[in-house]
Design a protein around this ligand. Structure first.
Ligand code: DX5
Ligand code: ZN
Length: 223
């Protein structure tokens, strides 16, 4: 059975973590109360940067699962359907994929669920929110991007707030709405009030002088 997706919480994004001390960074946030770790895979094709894949997911799996957390794997890669099995084996609990990168999005989302994982579709800032409609009944989560995918530390796009509100109206109540990009103490209230339930935060947590305090301050806004 796949683990339920927590809501009303911050999902620290490892993209901004110190990779020389990855286990320590993950442990620190889990011990601070994180229940979702957001893991960004980029392939140098769908988005220009290259990050990491299932090997790194596997490396942190036990630290996260042993503390009752889940691994939220955001695949910014072309043809993600080819990688589903590898991510499931590595310990992914949620796999999110982009319709622009996926030849058969409905089929691929079903494949993720059939493999025992929670399935999510990602809506880019330039993609109509209506793209969620054809798959709304077969997803567990919708990830709305509030920056363009590819880089941490970008500014929250103000139009995202209204798009969160609109996509929420298109989603069944049981589908979790996650927001990703530019989430900080300055932007999180708007995203929360518009209906987001799970909040990815990379640079505002890991680039802060005290990541645990930064996590706690954000968490207090949404818990
Ligand atoms: C961007 C990634 C994000 C990124 C967010 O393509 O999907 O998850 O880590 O970083 P911040 O929170 O710094 O905008
Ligand atoms: Zn992400």
């Amino acid at each position: 059975m796949s683990r339920p997706i927590p809501v009303g919480t911050i999902a620290p994004s490892l993209l901004s973590a110190d990779f020389a001390r990855l286990e320590q960074q993950v442990t620190m946030l889990m011990d601070a109360g994180a229940t979702v770790m957001h893991v960004d895979t980029m392939d140098g094709q769908f988005v220009p940067p290259i990050t990491f894949g299932p090997i790194v997911v596997e490396a942190i799996k036990d630290v996260v699962h042993d503390r009752g957390g889940i691994l939220d794997c955001h695949l910014m890669i072309n043809d993600p359907a080819r990688q589903i099995d590898a991510y499931v084996k590595a310990g992914a609990d949620v796999i999110t994929i982009h319709p622009e990168a996926t030849q058969h999005i409905h089929y691929a989302l079903n494949q993720i669920r059939a493999a025992g994982c929670k399935a999510g579709v990602v809506i880019n800032p330039g993609t109509p929110v209506e793209a969620v409609e054809p798959v709304a009944e077969i997803i567990d989560l919708c990830l709305i991007m509030s920056v363009n995918p590819g880089w941490g530390g970008q500014k929250y796009i103000p139009q995202a707030t209204d798009r969160i509100r609109r996509v929420r109206e298109l989603l069944p109540d049981n589908v979790v709405l996650e927001v990703d990009g530019g989430i900080s103490l300055d932007t999180i209230d708007a995203a929360r009030d518009a209906g987001a339930q799970l909040f990815v935060a990379g640079s505002s947590v890991f680039s802060a002088p005290d990541p645990v305090a930064a996590f706690a301050a954000l968490q207090a806004r949404v818990a």
